[in-house]
Design a protein around this ligand. Structure first.
Ligand SMILES: Cc1cc2nc3c(=O)[nH]c(=O)nc-3n(C[C@H](O)[C@H](O)[C@H](O)COP(=O)(O)O)c2cc1C
Length: 181
């Protein structure tokens, strides 16, 4: 049966390395897996008052998350944490009003930064959040991309051979976990 993976990038930047990685990662999914890259750019700041009249962008994102069998998040590191836009989007879909579509679902995480740290701190931060969301994370391998600006070619393809092997293993591990559900 076809499985659906939803990718979420923590960066809204045009040319974001995190978004590019997500686009490239889908090639490693089994042929019968569908992949959708979520657009979280229009999701407003969370306000509990808006739960009685959900913004359209939240409805759309929640519906996409409900349709997902698994998730793949790529996060930048902002001041040692995940980005505000990513946290905000996940807060919205953690709520019972949208049927908490993340709970118990498999998820793999990765991250990219132009600095040296490879998003290690942001990914620890994100793993804590996944625990709060009661998701089912892939623990290994850890994919932490540092100096990202040196590792993509002009077409936007990630070219680091060792990094590609780790990325492939991460996606294969996610597919196995999703397939076991
Ligand atoms: C507000 C802000 C804070 C940042 N803090 C960190 C940081 O703590 N550690 C780090 O490695 N990079 C930090 N960066 C750099 C981003 O991680 C880097 O720009 C990253 O490549 C963005 O991902 P993108 O290419 O997907 O847009 C920061 C960038 C911004 C805008």
């Amino acid at each position: 049966m076809t499985k659906h993976i939803v990718g979420i990038s923590g960066s809204l930047r045009k040319g974001s390395h995190n978004t590019l990685l997500l686009q490239q990662a889908q090639q490693f999914l089994p042929k019968d897996y569908q992949f959708t890259l979520a657009d979280i750019s229009q999701i407003p700041l969370y306000n509990q008052d808006d739960e009685s009249n959900l913004p359209a962008a939240v409805e759309q994102f929640a519906a996409l998350c409900r349709s997902a069998d698994g998730f793949l998040i790529s996060t930048p590191e902002y001041n040692g944490q995940i980005s505000g836009v990513l946290k905000n989007a996940l807060d919205w879909v953690s709520r019972p009003i949208v049927q908490t579509p993340l709970a118990l679902k498999p998820i793999a995480i990765m991250g990219s930064t132009m600095g040296m740290g490879g998003t290690a701190r942001a990914q620890i931060n994100l793993r804590n959040l996944l625990f709060a969301l009661n998701m089912d994370p892939v623990n290994r391998p850890e994919f932490q991309l540092s100096q990202a600006h040196l590792k993509f070619d002009e077409s936007g393809a990630f070219t680091d051979p060792n990094g590609l092997k780790i990325l492939q293993q991460l996606i294969e591990n996610l597919a196995v976990k999703v397939g076991q559900r």
